[in-house]
Ligand binder design. Structure first.
Ligand SMILES: [Zn+2]
Length: 424
């Protein structure tokens, strides 16, 4: 084997959710052995640590790290229209690259191996992601506004070219981001549906995030955003972010259509979006829900450990029921369910799966004693406890070092660009 991880407690996240004391052998980009592993080219000593599948951030806007802290303590509509969109209108492709590099560094160091993105200059994001060796799902987003990248009339052509360029790539999964029912015209939705028929790529959209979004859309189009997506033929096998204002009936229809939810509890809390996604009913209907951080302008980190804890706690508090959203189910959301939503052969440590996994150090006071590894990961661990992040069989983060990314240069560049952007 090329890479061996030895001596760790392996939280496999397989069908039986087994937790094993085992070595892991990786050959190329796949897991080849779980158990006894021969000597490898690269050896990682995970004694005393937890080994688990890499985390999947199912909804983010990576480049928005540049806007971290640029607009806090505002309701979503005002935050978007008065602060975020005016700053974004001045973004350049180089700015987006700089923001994406910071996001890649933060995600790799925090155990995220795959992210599902939505932002303009997706080509630049794809190139940076491939260089850094993480996995990203993305594409040029459909939106009815002239972005710094292109006018709406160019999006279909650009999205076709993106899908062709990145189809089958190890690190980039082409998707069809559709901003939302309120920011995309009927024609844009029809183009997205056409592109999905041509490429089979997944739709990724914001849906029912706030009450205002739902009722303003009803006022304008006499239909709820979910109905608009349904009529456009966009609810099969899609990924919908937020969903706090979806009815239980809408969630059931979504589950039956094989669409997934990307639940973003931290961003929802910060923007005070109100309504809370009915996960128990969605699960009962057979739905798959993953977890997202959303962008760093509304979170303000890309920390999936914090997101897991928020997801569990917020459901319990909302339902007055501590048994709702147990730790094991929430860890599933961040690993195997997120991978399933993207159609990615990862999310569990099993022979044959893609080698996307992380090591979490156990030698910390807040991770002692180890009564239940799953409880520790969801309720006690922090992103800074990650010691190793491996994507596609390659180490992309190891004890503070990023072998695939010049982090010092990335952070300096982002700081300079963010300041210039605010003044532009
Ligand atoms: Zn978002």
């Amino acid at each position: 084997v090329d890479l061996a991880i030895r001596g760790g407690t392996v939280v496999t996240q397989d069908a039986a959710r087994r937790i094993l004391r085992a070595d892991i052998g990786i050959e190329g980009n796949r897991i080849r052995a779980v158990g006894v592993v021969p000597r490898a080219e690269v050896e990682i000593d995970a004694t005393g640590s937890l080994v688990l599948p890499g985390l999947v951030n199912l909804h983010t806007h990576a480049a928005m790290t540049l806007l971290r802290g640029a607009a806090d303590d505002l309701p979503l509509e005002q935050w978007l229209r008065e602060r975020v969109w005016p700053i974004e209108s001045k973004l350049t492709e180089s700015d987006v690259r700089a923001g994406v590099r910071v996001a890649l560094a933060e995600m790799a160091a925090g155990g995220t191996t795959t992210f599902n993105d939505m932002y303009f200059f997706a080509g630049a994001c794809a190139e940076e992601t491939a260089k850094a060796g993480l996995r990203g799902a993305m594409g040029p987003p459909f939106i009815d506004a002239t972005t710094p990248e292109m006018p709406p009339s160019d999006i279909l052509g650009a999205a076709r070219a993106f899908a062709r360029r990145w189809s089958g790539h190890d690190h980039v999964i082409p998707t069809i981001p559709v901003h939302s029912a309120y920011a995309v015209s009927e024609q844009g939705l029809a183009q997205a549906a056409l592109l999905r028929r041509e490429t089979g790529a997944r739709i990724h959209a914001h849906l029912h995030e706030t009450r205002a979004e739902v009722y303003e859309t009803v006022g304008h189009y006499q239909a709820r955003p979910f109905e608009i997506f349904s009529k456009a033929g966009l609810v099969e096998r899609s990924i919908f972010a937020h969903g706090g204002w979806l009815t239980k009936g809408e969630l059931e229809t979504m589950a039956q259509a094989g669409s997934s939810l990307a639940h973003c509890p931290v961003s929802n809390f910060k923007l005070a979006t109100g309504g809370w996604v009915a996960l128990p009913e969605f699960w009962d209907a057979g739905g798959t829900a993953g977890l997202g951080t959303d962008g760093a302008a509304s979170n303000n980190t890309l920390d999936m450990f914090e997101t897991m804890k928020f997801a569990a706690l917020s459901q319990k508090q909302h339902r007055w029921d501590a048994t709702v959203a147990p730790a094991q189910k929430v860890l599933d959301m961040a690993t195997r369910d997120g991978a399933k939503a993207l159609g990615l052969d990862a999310g569990a440590i099993e022979v044959g799966r893609l080698a996307d996994l992380i090591v979490v150090r156990g030698d910390r006071a807040h991770l002692t004693p180890r009564n239940d590894p799953v409880s520790l990961l969801v309720y006690a661990a922090r992103a800074s406890d990650v010691s190793h992040t491996i994507v596609n069989g390659r180490v992309v983060y190891e004890n503070g070092l990023h072998p695939t990314l010049d982090v010092e240069a990335a952070l300096d560049d982002a700081a300079v660009r963010s300041e210039a952007l605010q003044g532009r």
